[in-house]
Design a protein around this ligand. Structure first.
Ligand code: ADP
Ligand code: MG
Length: 238
């Protein structure tokens, strides 16, 4: 399998006045193309920090992050934004839809940011909404939809530009168990069908069961990596 994302000795320290918070201590990991990797850890373990770092939303204090041949840790704001627009989709716990926009407009937004004209992006967004089971919901605003429906819009928005990589931060954290299963079935089937790489973080063990690889993180360190495609523990640290 092709090594796709390389995280090398990444450390992230936040400074708040005199206080220092080590959010990530020293994290290294390789992720293959097309792999579904789940980061499992309790609140405060560094999951979101890790995701934000790999997505280029924050810079590591130390270490390197490579996506293909691109050094994410080195890119300036402008380049990293362009890289994200082209290659990355993000699914959030609280959906992060724009309240004043319809479902169709929300899903079209990443395409608009990439400069795709309205005549092209509308049919693409419509198709993405159909794909997530929301045919006929084009004109709904977020306040007119259930949590599960809003997250489907969020998934359609993340998928519409066919990004190579999808990030999901606690995507089912606001959903009941039935809707959680529906949303996870949808996310995992879509990424497999499109050959996309998915990095999902959660504190919920039942969600990790969908993944090819489960990475357990605690206090800013990876403590185990379980490769579920071979069903064996490949790293075990003290
Ligand atoms: P998780 O997503 O696993 O709940 P986070 O990555 O959000 O954990 O946080 C890891 C640690 O870093 C926590 O102790 C958190 O309080 C701290 N942290 C996260 N973001 C910031 C920030 N912007 N400033 C200061 N501390 C932060
Ligand atoms: Mg978090």
């Amino acid at each position: 399998m092709e090594k796709f994302i390389q995280v090398k000795n990444v450390r992230k320290v936040y400074r708040m006045g005199d206080e220092r918070v080590v959010a990530l201590d020293n994290v290294s990991l390789d992720i293959n193309k097309g792999e579904f990797v789940c980061f499992l850890g309790t609140s405060g373990s560094g999951k979101s920090t890790f995701l934000n770092m790999v997505a280029g939303l924050e810079k590591p204090t130390k270490g390197e992050i490579w996506i293909g041949k691109v050094p994410i840790h080195k890119l300036d704001e402008k380049r990293v934004t362009l890289f994200r627009q082209k290659n990355i989709g993000f699914i959030f716990q609280a959906y992060h839809l724009i309240p004043s926009m319809t479902a169709l407009e929300n899903v079209s937004l990443p395409l608009a940011l990439r400069g795709i004209p309205k005549s092209k992006r509308e049919p693409m967004a419509k198709k993405a909404l159909e794909l997530v089971g929301l045919k006929g919901y084009d004109a709904r605003r977020p306040s007119q939809m259930s949590g599960g429906q809003q997250q489907r819009v969020g998934i359609a928005r993340a998928l519409v530009g066919k990004p190579k990589i999808l990030f999901a931060d606690e995507p089912t954290g606001n959903l009941d168990s039935h809707t959680t299963k529906e949303v996870m079935d949808l996310i995992s089937s879509q990424v497999k069908m499109n050959g996309q790489t998915l990095i999902l973080v959660t504190h919920d063990r039942s969600i990790a069961e969908y993944a090819d690889k489960i990475v357990t993180i605690s206090d800013g360190n990876i403590i185990s990596v379980e490769d579920r495609t071979h069903n064996e523990e490949i790293i075990e640290k003290e």
